[in-house]
Design a protein around this ligand. Structure first.
Ligand code: AGP
Length: 609
């Protein structure tokens, strides 16, 4: 997720670009850059680091020009650096492109362009767009962009400028947001509303496939094939703070709602042909190495640890490999037993968690290769691991991790299918069936998000309580742990996750009339056992809300409330089942007046031991 800003009109473009990028820093902040059309030609300035690094680089020499584009980056392909920062140019500095999204077939396009004589200056997927436009440019920028896009697969919000065409920007929107701000004798383009709120509240929201040609006095919108389109301009009534959260009251709710998009972006280029093919090109492990793996060791903290627990169930079930999951803070002090055939996997959203980093270093010191699963390109974990599988959730601002967790689960499932295929453990039809089921997950998460009001009602009941239990069997127990952590960390209610089969061994003593119990019962292979545990709670007067797959008739009359979820293979259910638990934690925290995005005593990234 990156931030894009563009301007053309009577004002100086540079200050407008910088101001807009500042308001988009929540979308990405590992590098930034601007390109301006100046009297002496195109001027491109880029810098690694936060926006302030770019401003320092420009100093008092702000380029003079009335048209420009700017970008603040959240890296996906190519670590943060000056060279990898946007805008990207072709072989000449006549063309500049800023982009938000993922070009799935960028390697293929890059190889083709290099054979056509193009020379690349960065490691990014985006740079191929600049060279493609340059390649197809024969005097009309809109046509060049249309031709270029015929070759591109992926997601892109893109703005292109050309030094040969004064006062004209070409914009495209597919899967990543892009809006056009309408002014008088000037126009704006941006990834999101906050960037332009100080200049205009009248905007076009481009729709998937829209192409737009913008001048200071006109905005023309077209279909991909060039047919003119009419879009209704809307008036934005958000204030700047609301706008930064996309109109949501908190980043956490925004990030919960972004999860279908985050899942789609994370599977992009990896789960192909509607789920019938799996590919992890970034995993540099040869087939023999993959077949030699005799054990998997997952190490992480907090929510990332809970993701590892879910991954364990999937991996053990499909790969028949022993999988150990350990808290990083424990792993590093218990002299772990690793051998050359142990696949060491560390999971970290931030890629900076001190305990996880220490565990990675310990494993590498013992000669183990480490695969990292992280959301931040160029993070310390990413740089020190031997292999990296990125989640593409975009920046996660709220302390409580949601979309990063979901994309961690997805990445673990993709890795499991990939290993299953490499080790010839999964039949073609299994691979296709599981792949299609994974491909369907974003839509199923959307179905759950559409029912968030039902969860808000449950939150009203839970909010006054000071303690509660989350119970589940099998992988539902791992999901219960994540649900309990979400509730604890933002509502401050003492929530405990328990293996449902363990209740009668002690904890049931705490279940009395009205005590809220959240029961996960999505695992059909143990549904009868789950029902009997729910009966145990029922018999003591607990107030049970159950989350189960639609069509689970065994639960009728057994719980005070049942929230039926879209069905998926058991081992995939955590991606669907955790969403109502995230919403529950969110609404309870709001009802209790807690600081949802920045809960007390906690930090987004725990870089100390
Ligand atoms: C998750 O909601 C918490 N904020 C916390 O447990 C977090 O998951 C943990 O600190 C690990 O962070 P990491 O994924 O960045 O390593």
């Amino acid at each position: 997720m990156c931030g894009i800003v563009g301007y053309l009109g009577e004002q100086q473009a540079y200050p407008i670009l910088i101001e807009g990028l500042k308001r988009l820093e929540y979308r990405g902040y590992d590098s930034a850059g601007v390109a301006l059309q100046c009297a002496e030609g195109m001027k491109v300035i880029k810098a690694k680091g936060e926006l302030s690094a770019l401003e320092q680089k420009v100093g008092n020499g702000a380029p003079i020009g009335h048209m420009g584009i700017g970008h603040t980056r959240w890296a996906t392909h190519g670590a943060p650096s000056d060279a990898n920062a946007h805008p990207h140019c072709g072989c000449s500095e006549d063309f500049a492109v800023v982009h938000n999204g993922i070009i799935e077939n960028y390697l293929f396009l890059r190889n083709w362009l290099e054979k056509e004589g193009h020379r690349f200056a960065s490691e990014t997927d985006t740079e191929v767009l600049a060279h493609l436009v340059e390649h197809f440019y024969h005097g009309d920028l809109l046509q060049a962009v249309q031709k270029a896009l015929e070759k591109v697969r992926g997601s892109f919000a893109m703005v292109v400028m050309c030094d040969k065409e004064e006062d004209r920007l070409i914009c495209v929107r597919k899967d990543s947001p892009l809006i056009i701000g309408l002014g008088k004798g000037e126009n704006f383009v941006a990834s999101d509303v906050p960037a332009i709120l100080n200049h205009t509240r009248k905007i076009y929201i481009l729709e998937d496939g829209d192409l737009a040609s913008i001048t200071p006095d006109s905005v023309e919108i077209f279909t991909p094939s060039g047919d003119p389109l009419q879009r209704e301009a809307i008036e934005v009534n958000w204030d700047a703070v609301q706008a930064e959260k996309g109109g949501y009251p908190h980043f956490m709710l925004k990030e919960i709602m972004e999860q279908p998009h985050a899942l789609r972006e994370t599977m992009r280029g990896r789960l192909l042909q509607g789920g019938r093919e799996i590919s992890l090109p970034e995993l540099e492990m040869n087939p023999q190495e993959l077949r030699n793996i005799s054990r998997i060791y997952i190490v992480a903290c907090g929510t990332a640890y809970h993701a590892g627990l879910v991954g364990k169930y999937a991996m053990e079930r499909l790969l028949r490999l022993p999988v150990e999951v350990d808290l990083a803070s424990e792993f590093r002090y218990r002299d772990p037993i690793l051998d050359e055939n142990t696949l060491m996997l560390v999971i970290s959203q931030s890629g900076e968690t001190a305990d996880t980093l220490a565990a990675l270093r310990l494993a590498r010191k013992q000669g183990n290769k480490v695969l990292a699963l992280t959301n931040v390109v160029g993070s310390t974990v990413a740089r020190e691991a031997d292999n990296v599988l990125y989640t593409w959730a975009g920046p996660e601002i709220a302390v409580a991790s949601t979309k990063a967790y979901l994309t961690q689960l997805l990445s673990l499932f993709l890795l499991t299918l990939y290993l299953g295929k490499a080790r010839n453990l999964l039949s073609r039809s299994d691979l296709e069936n599981f792949g299609k089921a994974i491909f369907a997950l974003p839509g199923q998460v959307e179905q759950v998000l559409e029912r968030s009001e039902e969860i808000r009602e449950l939150a009203e009941y839970l909010a006054p309580w000071e303690s509660t239990f989350f119970i589940g069997r099998n992988v539902d127990y791992a999901v219960a742990m994540e649900g309990a952590l979400k509730l604890k960390e933002i509502s401050y209610i003492h929530a405990e996750a328990y293996a449902a089969g363990e209740l009668k061994h002690g904890t049931l003593a705490l279940v009395v009339e009205g005590v809220p119990v959240i029961a996960l019962a999505t695992q059909m292979n143990v549904i009868e056992k789950s029902v009997s545990n729910i009966k145990e709670v029922n018999a003591r007067g607990g107030y049970i809300t159950c989350f189960a797959q639609e069509g689970t008739t065994e639960l009728q009359g057994e719980a005070d409330g049942i929230f039926y979820l879209p069905s998926a293979p058991d081992f995939l259910m955590p991606i669907i089942a955790v969403v109502p638990l995230q919403l529950l934690a969110y609404y309870v925290a709001v009802a209790r007046g807690c600081s949802v995005d920045k809960p007390r005593n906690l930090a987004k990234s725990v870089t100390v031991e």
